[in-house]
Write a protein that binds this ligand. Structure first.
Ligand code: GLN
Length: 270
């Protein structure tokens, strides 16, 4: 089979089909265009058919390829981690903007490490730590830090029980993209989400329980004037602000994503 025949006949969207061919051949996008008459070997063809079948069965491209691009860099992902979302790039930008020179930041529930590793690379002056309850996810995050050359201290544990840096250190910023989808939400049974770790997507409750844990615990670990910054669902802005305020945080406000939807709530230790 030559590449052109595959691309013309597959039921996959063209972009995805090209990405799979690139994965099999190692060609760049430009090489793929100029070499589309090239014949795939028997084994390349059968591997390509295998990847195509997985994609047609709904498996996320990121898990089939083993990576997803985030903030212009390639992050390794496995089914043990959530696939980084473009909305979360906004959290990285907001975090970098709030972090003082030489400041300390903690990313709780880091998953693939996309947030922590990116902040560490964008802000090499910062002291970055990242934690997760899943040892499997942490291994992926550590691998990403190593591959991308980011200095991040890692710790394993549930939310504030994890220890990354000394217990005594106060943080200028605490960030998290916690599981915030409500139990029973139809999205959990659709698209990529069917293949992602459920514990990274939902709290199996009202969608706000992890935001409560973060708002309750942040005060004890933030420096005075430090910020807590949490990503949440488009319809959770008002609830998140209420939770932040109930926990004594000041200057509480919500940022919108590029679609104009409530996405990140932040508040400051008074
Ligand atoms: N934004 C993700 C989605 O709706 C959810 C990620 C999360 O729960 N942190 O697909």
């Amino acid at each position: 089979m030559n590449i052109k025949t595959f691309l013309e006949n597959t039921a996959l969207p063209k972009l995805e089909a090209r990405m799979l061919v690139q994965e099999i051949t190692g060609y760049t996008r430009a090489q793929l265009i100029t070499r589309d008459e090239a014949c795939l070997s028997e084994s390349q063809s059968s591997r390509l058919r295998g990847l195509e079948a997985r994609r047609l069965a709904g498996e996320p491209m990121a898990y089939i390829l083993g990576w997803r691009e985030f903030y212009g860099r390639r992050f390794k992902v496995t089914p043990a981690t959530l696939i980084p979302r473009p909305e979360t790039e906004h959290l990285v930008e907001a975090a970098s903007a709030k972090l003082p020179q030489g400041g300390a930041v903690w990313d709780l529930g880091t998953g693939s490490g996309a947030i922590a590793v990116t902040v560490a690379l964008e802000r090499p002056d910062a002291q970055v730590c990242a934690s997760d309850i899943s040892r499997e996810a942490l291994a992926v995050a550590q691998e990403n830090a190593r591959l991308l050359g980011a200095q991040v201290a890692f710790g394993c544990g549930s939310w504030f029980e994890a220890q990354c840096l000394s217990e005594k250190i106060g943080f200028d910023l605490i960030v998290s993209n916690p599981p915030y989808i409500e139990a029973g939400d139809a999205h959990l049974g659709e698209g990529d989400l069917r293949f992602e770790p459920q514990t990274a997507l939902t709290d199996f409750s009202d969608g706000l329980s992890c935001i409560r844990i973060l708002a309750e615990g942040a005060g004890a670990r933030l420096k005075p004037q430090g910020w807590l910054m949490v990503e949440h669902g488009y319809d959770q802005g008002a609830a998140a602000r209420r939770i932040f305020e109930q926990n004594g945080l000041a200057q509480v406000h919500t940022l919108q994503d590029l679609a104009g939807l409530d996405r990140i709530t932040l508040g400051r230790k008074a």
